[in-house]
Design a protein around this ligand. Structure first.
Ligand code: SAH
Length: 269
């Protein structure tokens, strides 16, 4: 795919602020080709202000008098619309549409048209398009702000461009390896010994304490560094309460493991 072959075309935009917002949305996502068809007010201070760091896109924008001129050299034209039209047209959501555009952008010029803030694109303009794109918004309030609609389309293109370079899971880039099953077993054993040693766990009536703790640490998924820290804390704790000197304090009501009416078999054995 080649993002340089995909242009965003704004038709007859009334608010210059929106043009600036579009430039910013595009530059954030790595697109740079902006075409303006008969903008009501451009260049304009409000456009510059909303563009923030994307002023270069505004300066390089192509301004055309007609839509025909803006898309004359394009092989593939997509029209965006917040509403359903009378004559059904091939219609896709932004994700699938981005796939289509990405595929073609390797060798073809692609244009995505965005309409006026108050009336969108006319039927005549939409009928010049190969495909219609609808952002699946709430039908009771379906029309997005122009720059936000552009943002969504450009974001989908960027996601496709980044593809496999994105981490597949939140923990892909971690600074320590995750603990192994054997490491966890040694930890649970150490934890149990310590809890008995400090009188928190009565080996004669262990209830479901260790199962609950296993479930807790299982949810966290410790890495080796974290496991070592916890093992260190346990070792130090044991120094204060050698197991041999301590007897579980049965006078304390056992409310530390809440008897909350949850049957013991609510926790995996
Ligand atoms: N009131 C107009 C919508 C204008 S919003 C109407 O009813 O058609 C300005 C432009 O943002 C639209 O022309 C379209 O290009 C884009 N847009 C807004 N919401 C959209 C949506 N849900 N799906 C696709 N494009 C949308």
């Amino acid at each position: 795919m080649n993002l340089d072959n995909i242009r965003i075309v704004l038709v007859n935009t009334s608010h210059p602020g929106n043009i600036g917002g579009v430039a910013r949305a595009m530059k954030n996502m790595g697109l740079s080709r902006l075409t303006l068809v008969a903008p009501r007010q451009f260049p304009d201070e409000q456009a510059d202000w909303r563009a923030a760091g994307a002023l270069d896109l505004l300066q390089q924008a192509t301004v055309c008098a007609t839509l025909d001129e803006a898309i004359a050299d394009c092989q593939y034209v997509v029209g965006t619309s917040a509403r359903e039209r009378r004559i059904p047209w091939p219609l896709l959501d932004p994700r699938r549409c981005a796939e289509e555009m990405a595929r073609r952008s390797g060798r073809e010029q692609v244009a995505v048209l965005f309409g006026r803030e108050d009336r969108g694109l006319t039927n005549d303009e939409l009928q010049r398009c190969n495909l219609h794109l609808h952002i699946p918004s709430d039908p009771h309030y379906s029309s997005l702000n122009l720059a936000m609609a552009v943002q969504i389309v450009c974001y989908e293109l960027r996601m496709l461009q980044l593809g496999d370079t994105l981490p597949a899971a939140a923990e892909d880039e971690w600074d320590a390896p995750f603990s192994t099953a054997a490491g966890m077993e040694r930890f649970y054993q150490h934890l149990e010994e310590t809890l008995v040693g400090i009188g928190f766990l009565d080996p004669a009536a262990p209830r479901q304490l260790m199962a609950r703790l296993r479930r807790l640490y299982g949810r966290v998924r410790l890495d080796e560094m974290e496991l070592n820290i916890l093992r260190g804390i346990l070792t130090e704790t044991q120094k204060f309460a050698p197991a041999s000197d301590r007897v579980p304090d049965n006078r304390v009501p056992d409310n530390r493991v809440p008897d909350d009416g949850v049957p013991d078999d609510g926790v995996p054995d």
